[in-house]
Design a binder for this molecule. Sequence first.
Ligand SMILES: C[S@@+](CC[C@H](N)C(=O)[O-])C[C@H]1O[C@@H](n2cnc3c(N)ncnc32)[C@H](O)[C@@H]1O
Length: 260
Amino acid sequence: MSGFSPEWLALREPADLAARNLGVLDACGSTFSHHGALAICDLGAGTGASLRAFTHILPLHQQWTLVDHDPVNLAAVHFSGDESRVKFRVAVHDFAKQPACWPAHTELVTASALLDLTSADWIGRLVAALAVDGVAVLATLIFNGVIAADPAHPLDAAVATAFSLHQTSDKGFGPAAGPAAADMMAQSLQDAGYEVTAGDSPWSIGRTAPAFLRQTLEGIAMAVRETGAVPQVDEWLRDRLANVRLLTIGHRDIFARPRR
Ligand SMILES: C[S@@+](CC[C@H](N)C(=O)[O-])C[C@H]1O[C@@H](n2cnc3c(N)ncnc32)[C@H](O)[C@@H]1O
């Protein structure tokens, strides 16, 4: 399974749905509760998880633009809601150089599991462009560096540190913001005059999701192996695959709207 393959995105979607912060979703929903219709642009749309996750909190009539540079993911976009009122189109586009790729009249930009891949510079340019256009933003599932397991293992802390370091490697946007992305985004939005609501949205992965638990642990181990920082990472992985009852991976969600 490759980094952002449709198979991996499908495996993580139930955990993503369970994780998103309800206070942040409420802030977004109530902002647009008096709108009859809304134009939304989803950055890094993958197979359309944001479309499936947020339709129910947004106005009755929605026009989505789903942007991603991976045509394989966009070809796998699926939606089982009412397409007479929730319309969407896909756009194959790389927004690494220019974050402002939303259509004119967009009122909400969404991004799930994207911001930690981007850089401080890109986040700054994204917020500047949002502010110029007066667009609100809902950015969810931003990895914040927390990895915790029950039961714990003596190498957990070293593995978490090495994984967070790996998360700062360049993903096409310059040095990745990684675990600092959510704080950077919130601060940048506040500085730009936005009203910001933020909250935690951790994954809680237990034995009821064995494939997801295994893929997540193997993904962490693979990244840590690449850093060379924890020579005993394979021993850690063997133990974790056998013994972890609950794995917690920390994220932050952010909703921000321009102050009127
Ligand atoms: C972790 S996946 C999240 C997908 C989806 N938002 C979800 O929650 O399931 C990140 C997505 O960002 C896309 N992406 C990464 N870099 C990009 C870029 N420079 N331009 C456009 N899309 C990009 C990837 O192709 C991938 O689909």
